[in-house]
Write a protein that binds this ligand. Structure first.
Ligand SMILES: Cc1cc2nc3c(=O)[nH]c(=O)nc-3n(C[C@H](O)[C@H](O)[C@H](O)COP(=O)(O)OP(=O)(O)OC[C@H]3O[C@@H](n4cnc5c(N)ncnc54)[C@H](O)[C@@H]3O)c2cc1C
Length: 496
């Protein structure tokens, strides 16, 4: 086989799943040259992750308008939860007044195609059937040996992003632990059409907790996904069975009162659950992103969304470092901001699953207490804001506004417009002409300035005169009385 060494690349991304594709998109948006490789021939044709939440769509929106995900796909309005045979609860998802809808029920195969298409529009193509074999890292970069259909190649890159999923070769190369647990349990998964002419409205998730955990998710039209608990003792690894039509129909008949008839079947499988997270996401010039860094139960549909959140947090920091507009130390804040988010997701999705699986006397208590709790709007709000990732909050660190002068809504999200890389929003009487044109000095990234009148609904919780600096991932970086005060944040790019 040929062995060649190519010139130094700024970034090599291993893995073109939803997370690697998002990282590539976000870097390309800031003009960073990169290579992205994937061992597979094309994007997944499996539906896997079904839901993309509002915050994910809003965060990608400046580079990929959210309508490309949401148009033509159902948006969740509510979750109907049946406890035992007698108790039930309805959890409503709010209808947002700005930006993307609460969610879009789009299969992961569709999500990956939307991301790929946009990446291609920006001139970046995924190198397919190209696999990372191994690599060695030093203080200045990484040398990776990759193999494609034309031979092997040593790629020298300043940074290596491990977006290569649960069995990450990049993570293995670091020889670090991936601590956590593997549940001794399997779940059946079936994507099928409901036969007959009157499918239920496709804006609701239906959960039945009578005999094990059973949940149905809308996929558009008469197409639904059923997930059903197969109980303990099956092991979680190894060969997964393909459940039969009879089995799916029997599960529907015996465990739900939906009365559905299984029509055309699109995909059936089984899956197990791992709950794991690495201790550190950043290892010098090697960075772990998405499933390579954290795994958890699909309860709450957070895996892919959390991974895309990782990618958008990392990409702008890496772009500023590569442009020479920020110190390399900034990359450490990717770990300090995102690892706690991953930890929370692992913990809360585990709690959701435990509450759903509870057995014995505790089950009777759950069936009485949870419906009552879920009837309270505060509890509903807690549940839906977690799912929609509105609770993600970086205010414990230095890079998010802690002045208390701005919105203190659970999340600190402020949408960026399509095409912007970072923004300065001026409320009230502030001279726009004084605004800098870049974030991070002359080598930085373009900074868009927009003015807002104090009675704009988005400025409702702000003083009548304020300057807001918005990071490229949509987080409010700082709020000042004037431009200079807001822009003081920039010094953190070299001192963080
Ligand atoms: C049944 C099911 C339902 C789910 N539901 C949801 C949901 O509703 N919401 C949600 O947010 N998440 C959900 N998830 C989780 C979601 O699918 C994952 O979190 C998501 O795919 C992770 O994306 P990723 O890009 O990190 O990894 P992956 O999607 O695993 O992509 C990794 C990529 O890396 C490539 N690769 C691996 N090794 C190499 C190598 N050595 N060289 C080159 N390429 C390599 C692979 O070919 C692959 O394309 C679900 C998962 C399953 C299985």
């Amino acid at each position: 086989m040929n062995q060649t060494v190519t010139p130094v690349e700024p970034v090599l991304i291993v893995g073109a799943g939803p997370v690697g594709l998002s990282a590539a998109l976000m870097l390309a948006r800031h003009g960073i040259r990169l290579r992205i490789i994937d061992a597979n021939e094309g994007p997944t044709d499996l539906s896997k992750a079904l839901v993309i939440w509002k915050r994910t769509m809003d965060t990608l929106n400046p580079v990929l308008p959210f309508e490309r995900f949401s148009d033509g796909h159902p948006h969740l309005r509510q979750a109907l939860i049946g406890f035992g045979n007698h108790h039930s609860a309805v959890v409503n998802f709010p209808t947002p007044s700005v930006g993307a809808p609460s969610s879009a029920m789009i299969p992961q195969s569709g999500t990956e195609r939307v991301l790929l298409h946009r990446l291609s529009e920006l001139g970046v193509e995924v190198e397919r059937r190209t696999e990372l074999l191994h690599y060695s890292a030093d203080d200045l970069g990484v040398t990776s040996t990759i193999r494609s259909t034309t031979g092997s190649e040593d790629v020298r890159s300043q940074w290596l992003l491990g977006c290569d999923g649960a069995h990450s070769v990049v993570r293995h190369g670091l020889a670090i632990d991936f601590p956590g647990t593997t549940l001794d349990r399997r779940w059946m998964l079936a994507d099928f059409e409901i036969a007959g002419s009157n499918p239920p409205p496709a804006d609701q998730v239906i959960i039945k907790l009578a005999q094990g955990v059973n949940a149905a998710f809308p996929m558009g039209g008469a197409r639904w996904r059923l997930i059903a608990d197969q109980g303990a003792g099956h092991g979680s690894e190894g060969e997964m069975r393909t459940p039969s039509r009879d089995e799916i129909q029997r599960t529907l008949n015996e465990r739900t009162d939906l009365g559905w008839q299984v029509g055309e079947i699109h995909w059936t499988s089984e899956f197990g659950v791992n709950e794991r997270q690495v201790a550190e996401y950043t290892h010098g010039r090697v960075v772990l992103v998405g499933d390579a860094a954290h795994l958890h139960s699909p309860a709450g549909g957070q895996g892919m969304n959390t991974g895309i959140g990782d990618a958008s947090n990392l990409a702008w920091k890496l772009a500023l470092v590569l442009r020479g507009a920020a110190s390399e130390r900034l990359i450490a804040t990717y770990n300090s901001e995102r690892r706690p988010v991953g930890e929370e997701v692992v913990r809360k999705s585990s709690l959701l699953l435990e509450a759903a699986m509870v057995e014995g006397p505790l089950k009777a208590i759950r069936d009485r207490v949870l419906p009552a709790a879920l009837s309270l709007s505060a509890v509903q709000n807690m549940f839906s804001t977690f799912l929609m990732e509105e609770t993600v909050d970086y205010r414990k660190g230095p890079l998010a506004d802690r002045s208390g002068r701005g919105p203190t809504r659970s999340g600190d999200f402020w949408g960026l417009d399509v095409g912007s890389q970072a923004a300065l929003v001026l409320v009230g009487d502030i001279d726009e002409s004084q605004a800098p044109k870049t974030l991070g000095g002359p080598d930085g990234i373009p900074l868009t300035t927009s003015a807002m009148v104090p009675d704009d609904p988005r400025a409702m919780l702000l003083p009548n005169r304020a300057a807001l600096l918005i990071r490229p991932d949509g987080i409010v970086a700082s709020i000042g009385d004037d431009i200079d005060e807001a822009m003081e944040w920039e010094r953190l790019l070299v001192t963080a």
